[in-house]
Ligand binder design. Sequence first.
Ligand code: DAH
Length: 367
Amino acid sequence: MAPFFVGGNMQDIDKLGDELQAAVEAAGSLDDLEAVRVSALGRKGEITSLMKGLGAMDEEARRSAGTALNALKDDIAAAIDARRGTLQNAALTEQLETEGIDITLPARAEARGRIHPVTQVIDEVVAIFADMGFSVAEGPDIEDDFHNFTALNIPPEHPARQMHDTFYLEAERDGAPLVLRTHTSPVQIRHMQSTSPPYRIIAPGRTFRCDSDMTHTPMFHQVEGLAIGHDIHMGHLKGCLEEFARVFFEVDNLRMRFRPSHFPFTEPSAEVDIGCSREGRELKIGEGNDWLEILGCGMVHPNVLENVGLDPDEWQGFAFGMGIDRIAMLKYGIPDLRAFFDSDLRWLRHYGFAAFDVPTLAGGLAR
Ligand code: DAH
């Protein structure tokens, strides 16, 4: 930098200003910048030295040089601050780029495993009902006669028992053979026996019936629902199921129909159909004039409440039971139920879901 002489004129001050500005801009690191700062504003810096020289000037020259030097000092100090900010940002960016971990990278380059459609649909159903305040309850696959039948108002010799195509085990409890549960309804009984009301639960799980064809497998899945309180009525049942079906099938004005039916454990009982179209082999939900049954439901029978020690004059509510495999086939266009349980990896690769895409209402049910 050109030497600057005490008593120099305004052009010299301007020139020094240009040189210092250029030096500040040229500083490529915080260390370089600090060197420029010391050379200009430090104790022996150029501006500092000039200011020290002011005292030797005559008054007029001192006033004008003083004003100009103060302005220069402020300008250079501001330029240094700005440059420091830029260099610090650049340093931070470089640090983040070199030291950072990219958490968007997949844990493994290629996740091979897929989520089975049944698991996916159970997760979706749970997400939807959890949003309505239901929690998940569980019960055993091997049941006794009381929980699977009698407590549900299906006494011995009741004709409904024949319709269940029950698998009986050799082992007995209370003089009756154990069974593979034929529906998820016994979880209602177990839940009501072990906790006190009010209740709002769903119970997804495996169920078993001795039956096998295009649309039946000996093992299949159901989800049970139960809501008991002081004044829960059929309107609540209807509201919950309509909300569920609309969110699950992702059709806003899904047509639904509640058809009178009969189940021993509910009174009144209904079966629920949703609107669909059938053209050739293609079935579309939410269109057309056809109907498709998706679940059974009703108001919990007073006998069932009495069987678990609840007073039906005080407590009432609804229950429903739905086939999970069935709604999975409908939603994801899967034609043959039996393929669900063949453990064919090509099938699973085609119909399965990405392992890390957990269904949520906020993030989307299925991607
Ligand atoms: N348990 C019945 C079945 O397996 C389904 C069902 C119907 C469950 C009506 C219910 C209900 O809770 O209220 O076919």
